[in-house]
Design a protein around this ligand. Structure first.
Ligand code: ADP
Length: 461
């Protein structure tokens, strides 16, 4: 077969189009800093919404009692309870349950989706026992993690601006999602109350901060992506002096909407055009888990059609949108057999493709090209946040230990992605500054974090 020969120039072109040398990374980091500033200055001032979280007291470790958390963020829905014992005992016990969102509910009505959530919660709350107990006269309080763009109106209310990550539930945009949940709980006769509505990045930051005072930034890389950080209130001009008692607050970037300076290919543009939100969430579409497999599929299909990557015939199934998932890319990239057996069997099982060693190697190169671009751009985004804070308050970021709390299935389960991300941060910051920046996996911090924020914002203290 001659596939490798005709495909080689296509691969080279792809790698050039996706390249992220230092100047590209620097431009992305600087644009991220500029967009942060512009979004803090006025409402609608940039691609970044810079949403105020109304979280201005972070967990200290002194929190006590029983708290619940709900997490609706993407493919999964989680419920959790935690019994907190203060500085000495910390987390006495925690239990959680995870269910996947039935596909049809992602396109259902708002009532149907929230009824489902309330019934899972009711079921879970019924099985409370053991070390979990609620003082008499109190309702069970919930931290509600809702990881879609919400215009927060207080710590326990917020209007959904739009669905992302493939959700298209009718009737919710423009509504208060806490009210939606309360109404569903009423319909189920469930007597609990939401004390804090939090974005998953905000929950991750709170959960990580509970254990480590040096946490300043949190980033989620899962189905979608987002970031938040601790900002000084006097650095937020759009607050127009309406400060709360605390001098610091968490700001949610909604960084999936970032779009400047990204090296994009025809495959990105075609995928975007075919998406339910064309022209939106460009950073998310370039770096998050929902899309990496699909971008790679489009590039491979093109190579099969125009470069005979898999021989004379174009594999039929390869035309199916979202046939390849990011977990497939990750599994293929972990293949260490000399003849790339895992790559071969994934191509065969998923797409019905018979491949030879040459084409498998090219498939791996294509995956690596997109994952490298994604990881490095995510790293540049992180540096953009850090350098913005450092510019305002010299020495408080790079002059001491600073922790970036990371979470999400993509970060957790794609070693190459993680490595590319870390390398980009180190390249951008240089050896000295990067020694002070700790990029740390905060496993499932967001669930506990939301429960902690229900505690710090309890109606009873
Ligand atoms: P969500 O973001 O849906 O709330 P997660 O943080 O668990 O939930 O992220 C799930 C996403 O992580 C998946 O959509 C997928 O893109 C990515 N992912 C899951 N498993 C793997 C894997 N083995 N390798 C790479 N990415 C993965």
């Amino acid at each position: 077969r001659s596939s490798a020969i005709s495909v080689a120039p296509m691969l080279t072109k792809l790698q050039e189009d996706c390249a992220t040398p230092l100047p590209v990374l620097r431009h992305v980091a600087d644009s991220m800093s500029d967009d942060i500033r512009a979004g803090l200055a006025v409402e609608g001032g940039s691609d970044l919404k810079m949403i105020l979280s109304y979280v201005d007291s972070l967990p200290t470790g002194n929190e006590k009692g029983l708290f619940y958390a709900l997490d609706l963020g993407g493919t999964n829905f989680r419920v959790l309870r935690v019994q907190l014992g203060g500085k000495e005992e910390r987390v006495i016990d925690t239990e959680f349950e995870q269910v996947s969102i039935p596909q049809e509910l992602m396109f259902a009505t708002s009532e149907e989706l929230f009824d489902f959530i309330a019934s899972v919660l009711a079921n879970f709350a019924q099985r409370e026992g053991g070390k979990f107990h609620l003082p008499p006269g109190r309702k069970r309080e919930i931290g509600f993690t809702f990881s879609f763009p919400v215009k927060q109106t207080s710590i326990d209310s917020g209007i959904l601006m739009k669905w992302t990550k493939g959700f298209a539930v009718s009737g919710t945009p423009g509504k208060d999602v806490v009210a939606c949940l309360n109404e569903a709980m009423d319909r189920k006769g469930l007597d609990m109350r939401v004390s804090a509505l939090v974005n998953d990045t905000v929950g991750t930051l709170a959960g990580a901060r509970y254990w480590d005072d040096d946490v300043l930034v949190a980033v989620i890389l899962g189905t979608g992506t987002n970031a938040c950080y601790v900002e000084r209130m006097d650095a937020i001009p759009k607050l127009q002096g309406q400060f709360s008692p605390s001098d610091r607050t968490i700001v949610n970037l909604e960084w999936g909407a970032f779009s400047k300076g990204l090296p994009l290919t025809v495959f990105d543009r075609d995928m975007d055009a075919a998406s339910i939100n064309p022209g939106e969430q460009i950073f998310e579409k370039t770096i998050s888990g929902m899309y990496l497999g699909e971008i790679a599929r489009r590039a491979l299909l093109n190579m099969a059609e125009e470069g005979a990557l898999f021989g004379d015939n174009v594999p039929k199934k390869l035309s199916t949108p979202f046939l390849l998932g990011t977990p497939h890319l990750s599994t293929m990239q972990q293949d260490s057999t000399y003849d790339l057996q895992t790559v071969g069997s994934i191509l065969y099982d998923v797409a019905g493709i018979d491949s030879d060693l040459n084409s498998r190697k090219i498939v791996l190169e294509v995956c690596d090209t997109f994952v490298k671009r994604a990881g490095r751009l995510a790293g540049a985004g992180i540096v953009g946040i850090l350098q913005k804070i450092e510019e305002d308050t010299k020495g408080t970021v790079f002059g001491k230990r600073t922790v970036v709390a990371m979470d999400g299935g993509l970060y957790e389960r794609y070693p190459q992605y993680r490595q590319y991300l870390t390398e980009a941060v180190t390249e951008l910051l240089g050896p000295e500054k990067s020694q002070n920046v700790v990029i740390e996996h905060s496993k499932d911090g967001s669930g506990i974090g939301a429960a902690l924020l229900a505690a710090t914002n309890s109606k009873y203290d």
